[in-house]
Design a binder for this molecule. Structure first.
Ligand SMILES: *[C@@H]1O[C@H](CO)[C@@H](O)[C@H](O)[C@H]1NC(C)=O
Ligand SMILES: *[C@@H]1O[C@H](CO)[C@@H](O)[C@H](O)[C@H]1NC(C)=O
Ligand SMILES: *[C@@H]1O[C@H](CO)[C@@H](O)[C@H](O)[C@H]1NC(C)=O
Length: 386
C-alpha cells in the first residue's frame, strides 16, 4: 500500500513558525541547524501545521527509533542535499510512503551513540568515566501500559527505546550473571571483570567509532573499557578488586570530613591523607589528568583464574608518553594470589598536551586483562583560553 505526497522544503523550523497553508497535507524536508537539533521538534511543528510527514536531514546518520503520529525519516546531510536538489529540479516533487519492512543482514559493530555521556569526569578527573558501554540504541523493552506513547498509538506493553535506561539493564544483567557464577566476588571484582574483558574493536577488527559530526574513532572517554562481552567477563583471569577501606580513602580524598564519612560507613574511620589516593584507587583504568615530568601509580591484581599462572605485561603507551611496568611479569601460585605492580609514566613531549590514550594488558596465553591508560601532559598550570 503506497501513498504519494507532495514534498516541500522549509528552512526555518522554530516551534510554531510554519505557514500552515503551505504545509497542510504535505511532507516537509527539514535540515538540522544549530538552534534546532531535535527531529522531535520538527515533527511536532509539522504536525501542528497539519503536515503529513517529515524528512529530517542531520549530522548523525543513526536512525534512533521514535514513536510519532506522523512518519519521520532521518537521513544524513548528503542524502538530504540530494533530496533538496530533487525538490528544486522538478515542479511537483513527490514522496511515496509504503508499509514498514524488516531488513535482516550483517550486524553493524558497536558504535557509541551521540547521546551517551562522555568523559572526563569534571569532579574526579583521575577516575576514568565512563566505565564501560553496552547496547542502548533501539532496544525492544517492556513499557508501562499506563504511559501512552502518543495519542495515535494508545497504551502498549512494549516499546523500542534508546538511552542509558536501556543500556543499564544490560550491564545489570551481566553483573547478576557474574555474581551468580562467582558468589564471593565483590562489586569491584564484578565491575573489573566486565571492564577488562570489554571489546574496543568490532567483530571485523575495526576500531569502535563514536558519533560526532559525523564520526570519529572512539576512545576511553567514549566507551571506558569498551563494549561489554559477558562470555569473556565470566572468566577474566585477574581482577582489580577493592575493599570498603579503598572507598573510604577515596571519600577522604574528595574532601569529606571524618564525621561525614563516619555517618556513611557507620563507624569511626579517620582519614589518612595521601596526595595519590585518587590516582592509586584500584580501579581497572589509569587516568592522569596532569602529567608533569614523571609519575608512578600502583595497582593490585587478584588471580581468579588457574591457581598457578604467569602473566606478562603488554603496554600500548599513549602517544607522547613513556610507560614502564614493574614488575612486568606476575607469578601466582597457591600462596600468592594478589600482586601489586607500579606503572611509571614520563612525558616525552615538552608541550602542553591533549589527552592521549593507550592500554596496559596482562596476558597469560589464555586471558587478556586490559585496562585503558589516559594521560594529559602539562608543563604549566592549566590556563583556560578565552
Ligand atoms: C563535616 O561536613 C558536614 C557536611 O559537609 C558539615 O555539616 C559538618 O559541619 C562538618 N563537620 C566538621 C567537624 O567540620
Ligand atoms: C609462591 O611464590 C612465592 C614467591 O615467588 C614463593 O615464595 C612461594 O614459595 C611459592 N609458593 C608455592 C607453594 O610454590
Ligand atoms: C623513553 O623510552 C625510551 C626507550 O625505553 C628511551 O630510550 C627514552 O630515553 C625514553 N624517553 C624519556 C623522555 O624518558
Amino acid at each position: 500500500m503506497l501513498k504519494m505526497f507532495h514534498l516541500i522544503m522549509l528552512m526555518i523550523l522554530m516551534q510554531g513558525s510554519l505557514n500552515a497553508t503551505l504545509v497542510k497535507g504535505n511532507v516537509v524536508l527539514c535540515f538540522q541547524t544549530r538552534g534546532q537539533r531535535a527531529s522531535q521538534v520538527a515533527v511536532e511543528t509539522v504536525k501542528k501545521a497539519r503536515g503529513v510527514g517529515v524528512i529530517f536531514a542531520q549530522f548523525l546518520t543513526k536512525d534512533i527509533a521514535s514513536a510519532f503520529d506522523i512518519p519521520l525519516i532521518q537521513v544524513d546531510y548528503q542524502v538530504g542535499t540530494a533530496i533538496l536538489a530533487y525538490t528544486t529540479s522538478t515542479r511537483n516533487p513527490m514522496v511515496q510512503f509504503g508499509s514498514a519492512k524488516t531488513i535482516l543482514g550483517e550486524l553493524i559493530g558497536p558504535e557509541v551513540a551521540y547521546f551517551s555521556s562522555r568523559g572526563p569526569s569534571s569532579l574526579t578527573p583521575s577516575i576514568l568515566k565512563p566505565d564501560i558501554t553496552a547496547p542502548g540504541v533501539n532496544i525492544l523493552a517492556s513499557w508501562s501500559p499506563s504511559v501512552a506513547l502518543s495519542s495515535a498509538m494508545g497504551s502498549v506493553n512494549f516499546k523500542i527505546d534508546s538511552g542509558t535506561s536501556m543500556s543499564c539493564p544490560h550491564i545489570s544483567g551481566v553483573a547478576a550473571l557474574l555474581k551468580s557464577m562467582h558468589p564471593n566476588w565483590s562489586p569491584a571484582a564484578v565491575k573489573s571483570a566486565m571492564v577488562t574483558t570489554a571489546n574496543v574493536r568490532d567483530e571485523y577488527g575495526f576500531e569502535m567509532v563514536s558519533e560526532a559530526a559525523p564520526y570519529k574513532q572512539a576512545n576511553p572517554f567514549d566507551y571506558g573499557g569498551g563494549h561489554v562481552d559477558p562470555n569473556r567477563a565470566a572468566h577474566p583471569g585477574l581482577v582489580y578488586d577493592m575493599r570498603p577501606s579503598d572507598y573510604v580513602r577515596f571519600l577522604c580524598s574528595m574532601g569529606y570530613n571524618n564525621s561525614a564519612i563516619a555517618s556513611m560507613v557507620q563507624q569511626h574511620t579517620p582519614c589518612q591523607h595521601s596526595p595519590k589516593s585518587q590516582l592509586n584507587l584500584n580501579v581497572p583504568s589509569i587516568t592522569i589528568p596532569e602529567l608533569r615530568g614523571k609519575l608512578s601509580v600502583s595497582r593490585t591484581v587478584t588471580n581468579v583464574g588457574p591457581v598457578t599462572s604467569k602473566y606478562r605485561a603488554r603496554v600500548e603507551a599513549p602517544p607522547g608518553v613513556n610507560v614502564t611496568v614493574n614488575p612486568s611479569l606476575l607469578t601466582f601460585n597457591s600462596t600468592v594470589n594478589r600482586l601489586t605492580f607500579k606503572v611509571a609514566f614520563q612525558a616525552k613531549l615538552k608541550v602542553q598536551g591533549r589527552y592521549t590514550f593507550g592500554s596496559l594488558t596482562w596476558e597469560d596465553g589464555t586471558h587478556t586483562v586490559r585496562i585503558p591508560l589516559v594521560v594529559r601532559t602539562m608543563i604549566n598550570r592549566f590556563y583556560v583560553n578565552a
